[in-house]
Design a protein around this ligand. Sequence first.
Ligand code: ATP
Ligand code: MG
Length: 325
Amino acid sequence: MLNSTLEVSHLCTSFFTDRGEVKAVDDVSLRVDKGQVVGIVGESGCGKSMVARSVMGLVKKPGKIVGGSIVLNGQELTSLDDKELCEVRGRDVSMVFQEPMTSLNPTMRVGRQVQEVVAIHEQVSKEQARQRTLEILSAVGIPEVEARYDAYPHELSGGLRQRVMIAMAMIMRPSLLIADEPTTALDATVEAQIIALLKRLAHTGTSVLIISHNLGVIAQLADYVYVMYAGRIVEKADVCELFDNPLHPYTHGLLGAVSSLRSQSKVLQTIPGVVPNLANLPAGCSFAPRCDRCMAACDSVRPELVTVGAGHELCCHLTKGVDVL
Ligand SMILES: Nc1ncnc2c1ncn2[C@@H]1O[C@H](COP(=O)(O)OP(=O)(O)OP(=O)(O)O)[C@@H](O)[C@H]1O
Ligand SMILES: [Mg+2]
């Protein structure tokens, strides 16, 4: 039996702009097994959402998938046409988007919006669809569902709107849920509730791909973590291994930001410098200009992802200093 829900291999997604080709996703491979929660972490502009949009078949012009494969439950998605992709979306894979307010229709009652997803995929009576909507709204922890069914998005709190989005994504029981920064706009208490909800979903067998710029969020949810920088995967490991034995200087930087949050330090420790222009990447390692452990080779030779431990891979010239298996 197939164990992987999603298998992305050597995915390349680019934007063709006046400034040239912007390699938003550059040779990314990742895998999500059944019931597993996999995280992608990285700063703004690293290409996290473009990986998700590529899987959903939602890359808009001037963007395009230019290489690689995306296999969901054994089915290759990159060769499907728009109609076939529409059938896959919602039924087999769904996504909770970064901006819940812009993803919900402000002029339509939320219950109707969730119900419409059923109508797209199945021939059921209105009453059956309504019943299923009430069940899923209640399953994602929305109180007084009958009343909330008739509410408009602006009448709900940010946390409830995000629950509606999750209900909409889950109503067809897809095998994969992609959650792109699902808690960014929420305060800490509501964030914890949404994380708990996503965890519960994973325990029911749904595979989850969670995207965040915050390693703290990823740590609470994910079994396995991919660290992304400038369109590429720079480190990947089991969540415990990544926290116990982070190897990439960029991962160290991201962890620094988490620990300063934990210690309630007033100064948020951030990585100096900015993500490079993806249309004009340095010849060597993309992180080299910001790296405090940069060596001569880093400016000229692009590192490859190599295995450095069980399930632990690293894309950094520092592998020369560790025991490469
Ligand atoms: N419409 C577009 N035209 C040109 N380039 C784009 C476009 N959309 C995205 N990109 C490029 O793709 C890169 C990755 O974007 P993406 O939205 O995936 O980043 P992200 O990691 O999700 O960031 P954030 O944390 O801010 O959501 C951007 O840095 C940008 O260079
Ligand atoms: Mg994003």
